[in-house]
Design a protein around this ligand. Structure first.
Ligand SMILES: [Zn+2]
Length: 415
């Protein structure tokens, strides 16, 4: 299906991020970098932005059907670059046990946590999982999200990981929203495996070649953390991924300094995520290697772990993004706009940095910056219209205001 052309008119402002896009720059984000244009219009054709201006509409778009943007601001469609949406069952019982004082680590050791979701998900049919993921995509769209990174990781056998990735691929093929799949086979050590190392090597030898052959994921991921996987457990897995042309993302240093930031830098990862306990050396190495720091404040909110301070990352020259980490146990937060406000406050981002952290920077972390993350002619028509009067209101909103309209590649996706 081909998206019909249209023109969005009378916008209070368009927050384009054009200065960042023009320089292909992801760091040192200032207010001027937001590229705000008042009394703006945006022309869309064949799923792309074909014109953007202020005041009088360019005559060549005069016959395009009008979408009235009166009372709204426009932003690039939001990009959630870290989610775990392929699962069945929410772990509410564990949340209540944590209220009783049991820790997340104790729950995991007792067979709960990720293992509990693995069990629930294994018993769900393809049809059920597909329905659940589609429902979650719709919720993301309702929050203004037009691009979603989706991880497997509740399979934890070769066949289940492949099943989940094939479900993601099937959904991605027919979605207007853009999906980037990540194989997170190293999410936890499966119960029936003798060691982390052995499971990781099995994935390297038996899983990743199939993932690459069937084009099931653009990247792999590993949870490098005490009690999960050590850097040395992941060596063959990450090397194999790199040799197969798959990108790398890392769950890094969330509970302790596990040298995961250093590992992400050494392998040239697209992003290292969480990062509460990343070492100063690891942060410097990430900056030098161009690894995006993706911070996930929803997990801190829901599990009472510290928030990640973005300042050491910014000072070192790292690009900083925000994502939800949507999952059934440690963070059932599916609203990236809520995370935007929380992240700005608790991870210490400025208004401009916060806007870039859910648009332009995560586009970079998915290698989609040529097509997404900014409102400029030639880029995809991923456009969020918010019934707010300014960008400042958007950042302060705490995800409270429903979008006026959300377009992904020129199609309305929020209704
Ligand atoms: Zn995660």
């Amino acid at each position: 299906m081909r998206a019909t052309p249209f023109i969005i008119t009378n916008l209070i402002e368009a927050v384009t991020l054009e200065p960042l896009a023009a320089e292909n720059r992801f760091v040192r984000v200032s207010n001027q970098d937001l590229g705000r244009k008042t009394n703006a219009w945006i022309a869309v054709e064949a799923g792309k932005i074909v014109g953007l201006g202020t005041d009088d509409v360019d005559p060549k778009f005069i016959n395009f059907p009008i979408v009235d943007g009166r009372g709204c601001i426009a932003l690039p469609g939001l990009i959630d670059a870290h989610t775990h949406p392929v699962f069945a069952g929410i772990r509410a019982d564990e949340f209540c046990r944590r209220l009783d004082g049991v820790t997340y680590a104790e729950i995991a050791t007792a067979g709960g946590g990720i293992q509990s979701s693995v069990k629930n998900t294994a018993s769900a049919s393809d049809e059920l999982l597909e329905t659940l993921v589609l429902q979650r995509m719709k919720v993301f769209a309702g929050h203004g999200v037009t691009t979603v990174e989706m991880k497997s990781g509740y399979g934890l056998t070769v066949s289940e990981e492949l099943r989940h990735l094939r479900i993601i691929k099937k959904i991605a093929a027919k979605s207007s929203q853009t999906i980037r799949a990540t194989c997170l086979a190293l999410h936890a050590v499966p119960k029936n495996q003798p060691s982390a190392h052995i499971w990781a090597d099995t994935c390297a030898k038996e899983l990743l070649p199939v993932v690459q052959k069937e084009n099931l994921a653009e990247a792999v991921d590993a949870f490098i953390e005490t009690g999960y996987f050590r850097v040395e457990d992941c060596e063959l897995y990450l090397r194999t991924a790199r040799d197969l042309g798959l990108n790398i993302r890392i769950h890094a240093d969330e509970f302790s300094d596990s040298q995961a930031a250093e590992c992400a830098a050494r392998f040239g990862a697209l992003s290292a995520d969480h990062l509460q306990f990343a070492s100063p050396m690891g942060i410097v190495a990430m900056a030098a290697a161009g690894v995006v720091a993706l911070l996930l404040p929803g997990t801190s909110l829901y599990t009472s772990i510290p928030y990640t301070d973005s300042r050491p990352f910014k000072d070192a020259g790292c690009a900083v993004g925000l994502a939800t980490d949507f999952n059934p146990g440690s963070c059932p937060v599916d609203n990236l706009r809520l995370v935007l406000t929380m992240g700005a406050l608790h991870c210490k981002l400025t208004m401009a940095e916060a806007v870039a952290a859910v648009t332009w920077v995560p586009a970079r972390s998915l290698r989609l910056e040529d097509a997404k993350g900014a409102l400029t002619p030639g880029r995809d028509a991923d456009i969020l219209l918010m019934p707010l009067s300014s960008c400042e209101e958007f950042v302060a909103d705490l995800g409270r205001t429903k979008p006026h309209a959300v377009f992904a590649r020129g199609f309305r996706v929020d209704e």
